[in-house]
Write a protein that binds this ligand. Sequence first.
Ligand code: F6P
Length: 491
Amino acid sequence: MLEDQDHGLSQAPNTPGYDFIVVANRLPVDRIEGDEGAPMWRRSPGGLVTAIAPMMQQTGGAWVGWHGATNESLAPFEDEGIHLIPVPLDDDDLEQYYEGFSNSTLWPLYHDVIVPPEFHRTWWENYKKVNKRFAEATAKVANLGATVWVQDYQLQLVPQLLREARPDLRIGFFNHIPFPSPGIFSQLPWRRQILEGLAGADLVGFQRTADASNFLRSMRRYTNRSVKGTMALPASGIQGGSATNNICRAEAHPISIDTAQVMDLSKDPQIIARAHQIRAELGNPETVLLGVDRLDYTKGIRHRLKAYGELLAEGDIRVGQACLVQVASPSRENVDRYAQLKDQVELMVGSINGEHDTMGHTAVRYLHHSYPLREMIALYLAADIMLVTSLRDGMNLVAKEFVAAHTHDHGMLVLSEFTGAADQLTQAVLVNPHDIDGMKAGILRAVNMDNQESTRRMRRMRRHLIEHDVARWSSTFLTALAQPLPVDVSV
Ligand code: F6P
């Protein structure tokens, strides 16, 4: 068991600390085995670190997070100019804080109860304990007046814990996943504590305006704060000087991708050659459809397969002319619902292929792997139609990457209305994944869309992504966080 010690954290550190700190469940590195088993680290791909890395390198910022293995305490280390501060998790924490409360309570609850959330008091106790550990590790290294940016649903208590320990800090929080309506959120036995945890932040960012307003409506209903516009105001007034009397603002700040990087890679001759090779390996079908998801029940993979299977069965799409490549990267495999989903998806793929494959061609090429970014870009380029059919999704960056990679402007995106991305990529073929007939019609519409129309739509969406990239996301959020509080707020 890891000991949670009281570090006496009500002041800035005596030793030099950091002026800018990101706190996330995971550190932005993956461990690779070095010589003689010595740990070595590789920067993990992902928008967040790409967006923040330059600023961290300039300001000498730090990242507090878990390094991915249990029962191991590591000393802080440096990777490509970023100071990394590992927070240890033991086996109980993995089971109760990560697989349990984060991914079997909050994850399904926040994704509109697609599967029933489980509520266990032991998980909640452990979630509180681990959040405290993250807050303590952060408070210990933050300079006086530092900016701290906490990320995502695993760490919703950290803002308030930090504010209590270090009222001098500027605290931001960004929720990468949806925030549910008050009706759904109200199921959570610890709803008030979660809201108060988040309210410790000066600014809470969400993917969509609807998420921010869901949060404010719950705040009004389940805490003693009042809500005025985008602000949740403390009941005690803002003059009291207590650690809980801050104004908490809630705003939409939709995350994006490193558009320039994806566009550059899509012009790399090696990647283009690899895309041609992929199509050839699939037997050069006229239409390559592509799905790329973490193997997660929120992604609507079964709904997509059902629609595709029916299109094949009804003769609207023919094997050989078309092929669906489905990448399903392994995720949270120890959580029952994920293991069940894997079985269900594999059964469906087997059944569709058994029914429709020919000697030379397959209906679904299923790949249960993760791939590096370069291979992903080659896959995007090789595909004509991207299928993003999530039942609920905070944003969905795969949809954005596909559009950015198609610099030749061919192809089309079929996109679920229930993704954050649908608010911005409005030129996609939008579908409701629960409506199988509607989704089949959407897929056929994308397959048969004339080039002029698809080019116009893809260009417009790409222009949006060029202007709204991940660097703009982080700078807009941090600028809003730095804004002084309004002086004329009457509570
Ligand atoms: O979308 C939320 C998120 O936490 C992402 O930040 C992350 O890429 C993904 O879910 C998978 O998370 P993990 O493997 O850490 O559970």
